[in-house]
Design a protein around this ligand. Structure first.
Ligand code: UD1
Length: 341
């Protein structure tokens, strides 16, 4: 019998790509999503790729009673991958309680259900933002967690603490926190991709929207950093590679290969790219000239962040395969498709 996995936020950017990989591996998927930053049409994309329609329940996980009812109805859930969360740094500064409720309140509700259930496998979406500006590069999982720059960043740190403390007293709960570096790109089929609402805050959707003419100009936030070309460095990982890592992490828990019942993995490529290198890659793969200007630094930006991926490579048996050019090319194909509709 195929195993049933709950994917919260399964219609979002990383969630939808993970649902595809889970279904490709034979898992049965149930999605909970409130469509706050996604749309039901994403289900069609998932069906187009996999030929299978996941079960979809539309509700807001802040409604605790609905979460309880869900687990009473679906008693056969083998694992939970928890993506549903808010992720805009600026908005979290404006409205911290929304972030604490959405990102931490909901996490508590889910863990309450899972600890009552007995055996449970839980994968948490964390972020390299927990490292802040790391003192040593590449960043290993043992690098210290630095004070968060925003309520959003704080929810990832505290979220990890909540899971760790819960695992300590609940040996039947097995959890993995995945610290993502910078996910970009879209599925090669161009059936699913990133769909930011409003003005994108992240670099790559801003680039592709500028390329397509939806935005006038990209502002490069600072070119006087102590890096090769003066712009900030990040580890951009293809979202399909990232999605596959979730399946590997889940399999590790299901097959009881985990060493402890709470583990942490970095998910990145291990390679740092500057903002100008990302722009160059875009221009190369799209054949378009990008309109950009150098602007002042953005508050809160770290100078450089890229992953030491050895733990994920060796322990999960997973490795990011796609290059920056491949990821940028898929992001561009997706942008063209979305705008041609
Ligand atoms: C940002 C958040 C981080 C969050 C992540 C979620 C900040 C400071 N950090 O990470 O907490 O986990 O998004 O996806 O907001 N850039 C430009 N022009 C733009 C946009 C970005 O030059 O219009 C540059 C940034 O300065 C940075 C790089 O592009 O150097 C990547 O930016 P972004 O995509 O926002 O990711 P992070 O800053 O890594």
């Amino acid at each position: 019998m195929s195993k049933k996995i709950l994917v919260t936020g399964g219609l979002g950017f990383i969630g939808s790509h993970t649902v595809v990989e889970l279904q490709n591996e034979g898992f049965e998927v149930v999605i909970i999503d409130n469509l706050s930053n996604s749309s039901e049409a994403v289900l069609d994309g998932i069906v187009a790729i996999t030929g299978k329609k996941p079960i979809f329940e539309k509700f807001d996980l802040r409604e605790k009673k609905k979460v309880q009812d869900f687990f009473q109805k679906h008693t056969d859930i083998t694992g939970v991958i928890h993506f549903a969360a808010s992720k805009a740094v600026g908005e979290s500064v404006e409205n911290p309680l929304l972030y604490y409720e959405n990102n931490l309140g909901v996490l508590v509700y889910l863990l309450q259900e899972l600890t009552q259930k007995g055996e449970a496998n839980f994968i948490f979406s964390s972020s390299c933002t927990v490292y802040g500006q790391a003192d040593e590069l590449p960043i290993t999982e043992d690098a210290p967690v630095k004070p968060a720059e925003s309520p959003y960043g704080n929810t990832k740190q505290v979220g990890e603490e909540i899971i760790k403390d819960t695992c300590k007293v609940n040996p039947q709960l097995k959890a993995i926190a995945l610290r993502y570096f910078n996910p970009i790109g879209a599925h090669a089929s161009v059936e699913i991709g990133e769909l930011p609402t409003g003005v994108p805050q992240n670099l790559v959707p801003f680039i592709t929207q500028t390329g397509i003419g939806l935005r006038e100009q990209l502002s490069v936030f600072g070119d006087d950093y102590p890096t090769n070309d003066g712009t900030c460095i990040r580890d951009y990982i293809h979202v399909v590679d990232l999605a596959k890592a979730h399946v590997a992490a889940l399999q590790r828990l299901i097959t009881e290969k985990n060493d402890t019942n709470y583990e942490i993995f970095n998910l990145g490529t291990g390679k740092g790219s500057s903002v100008l290198e990302v722009i160059n890659s875009f221009e190369k793969v799209s054949g378009e000239k990008l309109n950009y200007r150098i602007a002042p630094r953005r508050e809160g930006d770290v100078i450089q962040a890229y992953a030491d991926t050895r733990r994920a490579n060796e322990v999960l048996g997973w490795k990011a395969k796609s290059s920056l050019d491949e990821a940028m090319s898929s992001a561009w194909q997706w942008e063209k498709k979305v705008r041609s509709k």
